[in-house]
Design a protein around this ligand. Structure first.
Ligand SMILES: Cc1cc2nc3c(=O)[nH]c(=O)nc-3n(C[C@H](O)[C@H](O)[C@H](O)COP(=O)(O)O)c2cc1C
Length: 411
């Protein structure tokens, strides 16, 4: 007779099987919850009821959240970046419901949780059948959608490297140090500098092998602004951290470069717009040299976009429109700050803010030194990370007649 002593789980080299295993454990906890509903009227919060409530609490307070995060932060973003055509359409249809389902289940759980806590410590016996049924039904329906659509799609679309990345991310989330898949094992072992960052890992050896997607001449749209829009949307859907943050590089009158992060506020055929202080360091540099370079790095999608061109100020009406759309406190901060100029201390800044607030009241006026810059692009490059550093790069260069010519660059 075989006797299974352990609840044997698949290992993280098969992340989709691990996710299914999580569902099986959720089903087990939901059964316990339903049994508890029958048990309580007969036996009250006895020791069995307390243990059952403790087990359910332990699972849904902790493990279930990790499972949701696996899906929200890894599985779905990776699918968004990989799925095409019918798969992409199905994902587009299902993903919002899955995310909304997680939120709903979290809300339902918080209601059940307080009831279970009392049962777990023997101080109460109340467990609402309606709350239990709603929670169990929601999870059951949710798991059917995931097992019927999402898991098979991931199994079909993900490469070995993507599976390894998903498995590693799930391990890291659970505090397990992932065993690096062979594709991520450092390529060279000569340590030129002893630049240890953590756990004996040397900075020079920190490298990921990219393999989420590819970029071919046929994939990209004819217009680079449309292509940027497509990738930007994908970065938004993939819940990339601050997809609108971009680096702006400028040079001073002596040709020395500087870069900093700003937030893009608009892009269209005219270019890429951000807002700032015209007297700041970047403002002064742009006055003497209007050439600048923008950079987006969407690491979750293994993508980079490089944009080069010349910068002009946005029209006053456009700057007004954005300035007055901001919260009043941000408007006052823009008035109070001489961006990039030294100041003695934080207290001085606060007092400048208070002075500006006192003058402005509820209706600050946009100062002339604050407004938008728009970079008119001449060159836009889309970079997609590929395996073994053999990346895809497609660059668009603007021609004299305003049309764009695109070509592939070597990695
Ligand atoms: C995520 C992030 C977003 C930022 N967004 C802006 C922005 O939209 N406009 C801005 O002027 N500075 C922004 N900053 C601050 C700039 O990086 C920089 O400190 C500031 O513009 C002064 O740069 P400068 O001295 O080179 O002119 C942001 C910084 C970060 C980290």
């Amino acid at each position: 007779m075989s006797n299974t002593l352990f609840d044997t789980a698949p290992d993280f080299s098969q992340p989709i099987a691990v996710l299914k295993h999580c569902h099986d454990r959720i089903r087990k906890q939901l059964q316990t919850l339903q049994k508890l509903l029958e048990h309580l009227p007969l036996h009250g919060a006895d020791i069995d009821a307390q243990k059952a409530a403790q087990a359910v609490l332990k699972y849904f307070n902790h493990a279930a959240h990790l499972h949701h995060e696996d899906e929200e932060q890894n599985l779905l973003p990776m699918l968004h970046a990989t799925a095409r055509d019918a798969d992409a359409a199905l994902l587009q249809e299902l993903a919002p419901g899955i995310l909304a389902g997680h939120e709903q289940m979290d809300r339902d759980w918080s209601i059940l949780k307080s009831q279970l806590e009392q049962i777990a410590n023997g101080s109460g016996t109340a467990l609402s059948a309606g709350d239990v049924t709603r929670f169990c039904d929601a999870y059951a329906a949710h798991m059917v959608v995931e097992e019927g659509n999402i898991a098979p799609m991931a199994k079909r679309l993900f490469s070995q490297e993507q599976m390894a990345q998903l498995g590693s991310a799930m391990q890291v989330r659970r505090g397990i140090t992932p065993v690096l898949p062979t594709s991520q094992v450092p390529e060279q072992h000569t340590k030129a500098v002893d630049n240890t960052v953590a756990d004996g890992v040397v900075l020079a050896d920190l490298r990921l092998d990219y393999g989420r997607a590819s970029l071919t001449e046929n994939d990209v749209l004819d217009d680079p602004i449309d292509q940027f829009g497509k990738w930007f949307e994908e970065a938004m859907h993939a819940k990339v951290n601050e997809p609108n943050a971009m680096s702006v590089a400028t040079v001073d009158a002596d040709g020395k470069p500087t870069s900093r992060i700003v937030l893009i506020k608009q892009y269209d055929q005219r270019g890429f717009t951000w807002y700032t202080n015209y007297d700041s360091q970047k403002g002064q540099q742009l006055r003497s040299n209007p050439h600048a370079a923008l950079l987006f790095f969407w690491s979750e999608l293994e993508r980079q976009v490089r944009i080069e061109g010349t910068v002009v100020r946005t029209a006053a009406e456009e700057s007004d429109k954005y300035f007055y759309s901001r919260p009043v406190k941000s408007q006052i901060a823009a008035i109070a700050s001489q961006q990039s100029a030294p100041i003695a201390n934080r207290e001085q800044m606060e007092s400048n803010y208070d002075a500006a607030a006192a003058v402005s009241g509820e209706h600050p006026v946009r100062p002339a030194h604050w407004g938008g810059y728009r970079l008119d692009p001449q060159r836009i490059e889309f970079w997609q990370g590929r395996r073994s550093r053999f990346h895809d790069r497609i660059v668009y260069v603007k021609q004299a007649d305003g049309s764009w010519v695109k070509e592939r660059l070597q990695p």
